[in-house]
Design a protein around this ligand. Sequence first.
Ligand SMILES: Cc1cc2nc3c(=O)[nH]c(=O)nc-3n(C[C@H](O)[C@H](O)[C@H](O)COP(=O)(O)OP(=O)(O)OC[C@H]3O[C@@H](n4cnc5c(N)ncnc54)[C@H](O)[C@@H]3O)c2cc1C
Length: 334
Amino acid sequence: MITDDRYRTLLIDGKTYSGNSFRKPCGGLLSPDAQKAFAEFDLTLPKDILVDPQIFSVRTIDLRTRSERHYQRFYMNLDRHKFDMWLKSLVPEKVEKFCGKCRSVTQRPDGTFRLVCKGNGGAEEVFTADRIIGADGANSIVRKFLYPQKKIRRYTAIQQWFPEENAKPFYSCIFDPETSDCCSWSISKDNIFIFGGAFAPYKCRENFEAQKKRLENFGFVFGKPLKTEACMVLRPESPFDICTGRNGAFLIGEAAGLISPSSLEGISFAVNSARILSEVLNGNASDPNRAYSARIIPMRIKILSKVMKCPFMYDPFLRSLVMKSGIESIKVTK
Ligand SMILES: Cc1cc2nc3c(=O)[nH]c(=O)nc-3n(C[C@H](O)[C@H](O)[C@H](O)COP(=O)(O)OP(=O)(O)OC[C@H]3O[C@@H](n4cnc5c(N)ncnc54)[C@H](O)[C@@H]3O)c2cc1C
């Protein structure tokens, strides 16, 4: 949070409780790293953000080898939109708020930024700022403005919601190299069964449907979806994919490319990078861009460690060895 009185801060965000508000498609699982990030703010989570059931393990399925293992997990199962709205409610009163979307970013010769925005009601507004922070996720308009040439690996994440009916709720992680070189997941939330996966953009919908078909042999019953949602998700391949911003513009969270390429866990990276940037901007660094970039180095190293973990999860041969070995798996008695 930027608390320094040197700044007048404007938050541009269109999320509301209304039915047609943008809702981030997400697994809504708060990892231990994210829980720690909130603990460091001395924050506690209101219970109406949690959903039923809470989970203790993940059923990992490799469709290629038809093998399965269970692994213990310590996630909290959340309603992602309620979680986002709770976070928004924590924004201090003195921060001005504009409910809408930023359409374009430009930088003037004097170094200030010009943001053309459209309010949720349709009216256009133009804002000028000395500094901007892109916290605008995988499809960041600020990142595109700052680094138009820079490519980062991206996937299309597709999720469908189904009535749970009589199935026993479970959390699963699915690997199916025939349809995706990333992973898929299923999770239950308040009697809704959610199935989603990350797919290379080309033929993503076909591959999603093909994977659903293949999962029917594993006892998955899908039926007619209540809702289908999709968005982009980034998957960095190296610490150099992380871009922290320049010339008075900063990137945090997934806009910076900060997301685990192994698990697609991104909430802890978003919270931690926001905290680091606020510390830099509230301090007296002569070059805040350089100071922020330096403070992000441990997160780059963490991304590197996740990149190195990827072959053991995503290379079909290594994954089958890991799953066969049973290392860290738990025995589940039904
Ligand atoms: C399907 C899926 C499942 C996932 N599951 C998990 C999970 O279970 N646990 C986990 O930790 N991570 C998960 N992730 C990753 C996680 O959702 C993101 O990494 C994390 O939300 C990033 O936070 P952020 O604040 O950087 O961006 P976001 O959460 O994407 O937030 C960006 C915000 O910016 C707003 N915005 C975007 N563009 C504009 C604009 N032009 N003008 C104004 N506002 C704008 C959006 O409305 C949005 O509210 C998942 C990702 C996907 C796609």
